[in-house]
Design a protein around this ligand. Structure first.
Ligand SMILES: [Zn+2]
Ligand SMILES: [Zn+2]
Length: 241
């Protein structure tokens, strides 16, 4: 589990026949108040827990799991992980929290056809993704995560409750699936996606100074070129209306 900075660990996703999201652990290790960002695909919780333990981090130090959004490749193994961390709180944006609490899985699967396919493939029953959420985020909060401050930015478009986490002093951005390396962006055809919102969200992120880009998939980037997100937004502009 590579360490990105003193206070950020990276657990790379292990893509199978479907993508598995990267997870990150935030907070000063000495604080014993760490946060896991995202879970991953179904069946991909075990190695993430092991990666954390291999770093010498006690599981009891993980106090919460914060979801960038609730697509299956991010929330699939949340239940597996929570089983090992039953004390951990679950935080996410209110819009997706409200759905999950009602057992509404439309955001999780994104589309009906995919839902049927995944339920067959993984033996999932309806209601597999009903969770109680301890803290519903709106965007605009500054969170003290283990003696490091992270700003919550609501960046809908890929999904309606997508959030980014931004550490201003070190210029670290965790944008979920909104923007990736190589001028790629998240898809905007699934349930609750909205291309014009995605464009606005990209423009919002483009205002930030970002040195570390730590997305939900693919490469992570240190030393992000200046203007990278703006350039990405412009490249996609004609598709985002
Ligand atoms: Zn996604
Ligand atoms: Zn994803």
């Amino acid at each position: 589990m590579p360490r990105i900075t003193e206070d950020v660990y990276y657990i790379p996703g292990q893509d199978a026949f479907m993508p598995d999201a990267h997870a990150y652990v935030l907070g000063k290790p000495s604080s014993q108040n760490l946060s896991l960002i995202d879970a991953g695909l179904i069946g991909k919780g075990g190695y993430k827990i092991q990666s954390i333990q291999k770093e010498g981090i006690e599981l009891s130090a993980i106090k919460r799991i914060i979801m960038t959004h609730t697509h299956l490749d991010h929330i699939g193994c949340l239940a597996e992980i929570l089983k090992q961390l039953p004390w951990a709180e679950l935080w996410m944006h209110q819009l997706e929290a409200d759905l999950l609490e009602q057992g509404d899985e439309r955001t999780v699967y994104g589309m009906e056809m995919f839902k049927g396919m995944c339920q067959l493939q993984f033996g999932l029953k309806p209601g597999a993704f009903k969770f109680q959420v301890n803290r519903k985020l709106q965007g605009g909060e500054t969170l003290d995560l283990g003696d490091t401050l992270w700003e919550v930015i609501h960046i809908p478009g890929h999904s309606m409750g997508s959030i980014g986490l931004y550490h201003r002093p070190m210029k670290i951005l965790i944008p979920g699936d909104v923007v990736y390396a190589d001028y790629a962006i998240g898809r905007f055809d699934l349930f609750s996606a909205d291309s014009s919102e995605l464009k606005k969200s990209l423009m919002r992120l483009a205002e930030l100074e970002v040195d570390f880009l730590l997305p939900g998939h693919n490469q992570i980037v240190k030393g992000l070129p200046k203007g990278y997100i703006l350039k990405t937004a412009h490249q996609w502009e004609s598709y985002l209306r």
